[in-house]
Write a new protein. Structure first.
Length: 596
């Protein structure tokens, strides 16, 4: 074999041996698998990093929206969410915060995005991962108690004010109560002017003193004069003696020199209203509590009448009482036996801050506090020194202790030793109450005390006169007439200045005033006490002067230590704008029934 043939055989043998040799074949495959394993592991790392960021962001958003949605939170919900995001240290961008607030519900929705940079997936042309997170929280209260505290003072009778109020309040009732099929919402209506006429049923629930008879011209007059101390709290005791507001006209003046024969009675106008009476004897001014029948509520609203002065503090006091759990015993009694309160509201008002109950006051006025008048205690009730004849035109006479004289005769020709009774129709002093005839000497009697001897005189038929209680005096005479005819003329003699001085003294004896500054302080006390108990107050100043608008704005719910913002819980309305104000408030309640 030649050398060339030998070389070919050797090469062929080696090639055949190489092709048959399997050593080292796995190495390239291992490299491929290693690369794939590294890529998959890196993918997992990228995903884990991304998910960690996403979950941390979601958890922070959930906590933030839950805190912001709490109805006890007084901060701006969006600020709460942003604060959580800023202090948590999580990666992510807060894109949007949506807040829906209703009277008894708050919904907070937050949307945020997060981006995670990839270390391994970038090799697959995926440099980062993105996620859009969303969190929504809601707190909702199911029961609602509302007090509509409405100004019905005389200024509301100007133009179309009272008509606009009736229309707006009626629409509010329809909106709020629409679809309330489970009797969750109750409404109380508290009309107020210079007083609040609570009506006979509520009137009977308190320990009333110094009553006047609810008959004749005084029928349907059921107001109480509340002491200043009652405005420091939302409660009102059922056992503390509370005086009834007397049926008396302290404001109307009379022609003093020329009306001595008959007293000038308080008289109603053509609509049956006593313009200068603090408590109107009219069922249209009664309070209605815890009702949800739209027909009854709207009928009560549409029957309201405008007359009298303005005591916003008193309206707020009574409106708050019907949200105070201390009045539940009253509601329970009024719900029994077919009473005026539906039985399903017998357990109202609920406890303050009950998580299932929202308490709302809508406080409306077109004016400002006007000095409140009250009859002084000595002249509210009980026997007076004033007498009226039982015949011959029923002339008046009045006993004056200063005219009792048991030692010196008033007249040398008169055997009567004392003439303490002044008769204004005669401008003369008599020895006994005047019955229309001049007393004979045999009718003279000795007065031994500083007051009229009623135990003796009232039983003598020959006297022909009746001693009046103060309640009866005020039902028959204006205090201006009494002060002039029975005191000014009697005690002032012939001196005009002396008569006027005695007249002014007795006008001041009969009545006293609470000034607007103190009434504003009372209102502030009530509003602060209500808000401290979690009550939401909506205020409407309806063409009100600056003083009234400021008082309402300060009372309405706002940020801590601040007055309410326009269009949130306070509304300054004119004309038909009052409907817009009531609609805005009612729309909050209507949102309660929206579901996500």
């Amino acid at each position: 074999m030649s050398d060339r043939q030998t070389l070919r055989a050797t090469c062929a043998s080696r090639v055949q041996s190489f092709t048959r040799d399997e050593s080292g074949v796995v190495a390239p495959l291992m490299l491929v698998f290693f690369f794939l394993m590294l890529l998959i592991g890196g993918l997992a790392v990228d995903l884990m990093r991304f998910e960690t960021k996403r979950v941390a962001l979601q958890q922070t958003m959930d906590r933030a929206t839950l805190a912001a949605a709490s109805l006890e939170n007084s901060l701006a919900p969006e600020d709460v969410v942003r604060s959580y995001m800023d202090t948590s240290g999580v990666d992510g961008v807060l894109d949007n915060v949506r807040v829906v607030t209703a009277m008894n519900a708050r919904i907070v929705e937050a949307r945020a995005s997060v981006r995670s940079k990839n270390y391994f997936m970038s090799m697959m042309e995926t440099p980062h991962l993105d996620a859009n997170n969303r969190s929504e929280a809601e707190q909702r209260i199911t029961n609602v108690e509302i007090s509509l505290v409405l100004d019905i003072s005389g200024s509301m009778d100007t133009g179309s004010k009272i008509a606009n109020l009736k229309s707006a309040a009626s629409e509010f009732i329809d909106t709020v109560l629409a679809n309330d099929n489970e009797n969750k919402i109750s409404i109380s209506i508290v009309p107020y002017n210079g007083q609040v006429n609570i009506g006979p049923t509520l009137f009977s629930k308190f320990n009333v003193v110094a009553r006047h008879g609810n008959t004749g011209t005084r029928a349907n007059s059921y107001c109480l004069d509340l002491p200043s101390s009652t405005f420091a709290t939302t409660e009102l005791s059922r056992t503390t003696p509370l005086p009834q507001t007397p049926f008396v006209d302290h404001w109307s003046s009379v022609d003093r020199p020329n009306s001595s024969t008959d007293a000038v009675k308080p008289e109603p106008d053509d609509d049956g209203l006593y313009v200068n009476m603090w408590c109107q004897p009219n069922a249209a001014t009664y309070v209605m509590v815890h009702e949800n029948d739209p027909a009854k509520l709207k009928a009560h609203i549409n029957n309201l009448i405008a007359v009298g002065a303005t005591s916003i503090d008193l309206g707020m006091k009574w409106g708050m009482l019907f949200l105070d759990p201390s009045s539940r015993s009253i509601t329970e009694e009024m719900a029994r036996g077919g009473g005026p309160v539906p039985t399903y509201f017998a357990d109202r008002p609920a406890q303050f801050r009950d998580p299932e109950t929202l308490k709302i006051i809508v406080l409306m006025t077109d004016g400002e506090n006007f000095q409140k008048e009250e009859t002084n205690d000595l002249y509210r009730a009980g026997p007076s020194p004033i007498w009226r004849s039982t015949s011959r035109g029923n002339p008046w006479s009045v006993f004056h202790a200063s005219r009792v004289n048991n030692g010196v005769n008033d007249d040398a020709d008169d055997l009567c030793r004392s003439k303490p009774y002044y008769v204004p129709s005669l401008n003369a002093w008599h020895s006994r109450p005047y019955n229309g005839t001049t007393p004979a000497n045999s009718e003279c009697y000795q007065v031994s005390t500083s007051t009229a001897d009623t135990s003796d005189l009232a039983t003598r038929a020959r006297i022909g006169a009746n001693r009046l209680n103060w309640q009866d005096v005020w039902a028959e005479a204006r205090s201006d007439w009494v002060a002039w005819q029975l005191y000014g003329r009697a005690l002032g003699g012939t001196s005009s200045s002396s008569r006027t001085s005695h007249y002014n003294t007795w006008k001041a004896n009969f009545r006293s005033f609470t000034q607007p500054a103190e009434m504003n302080t009372r209102l502030n006390q009530m509003c602060s006490a209500a808000k401290a108990q979690g009550v939401w107050i909506y205020g409407i100043a309806f063409e009100a002067p600056q003083g009234g608008a400021t008082a309402i704005r300060r009372c309405a719910t706002g940020r801590e230590g601040q007055s309410a913002e326009e269009g949130t819980y306070y509304f300054d309305a004119s004309g038909l704008e009052i409907r817009t104000a009531f609609r805005a408030i009612a729309s909050n309640l209507s949102q309660l029934r929206l579901t996500q």
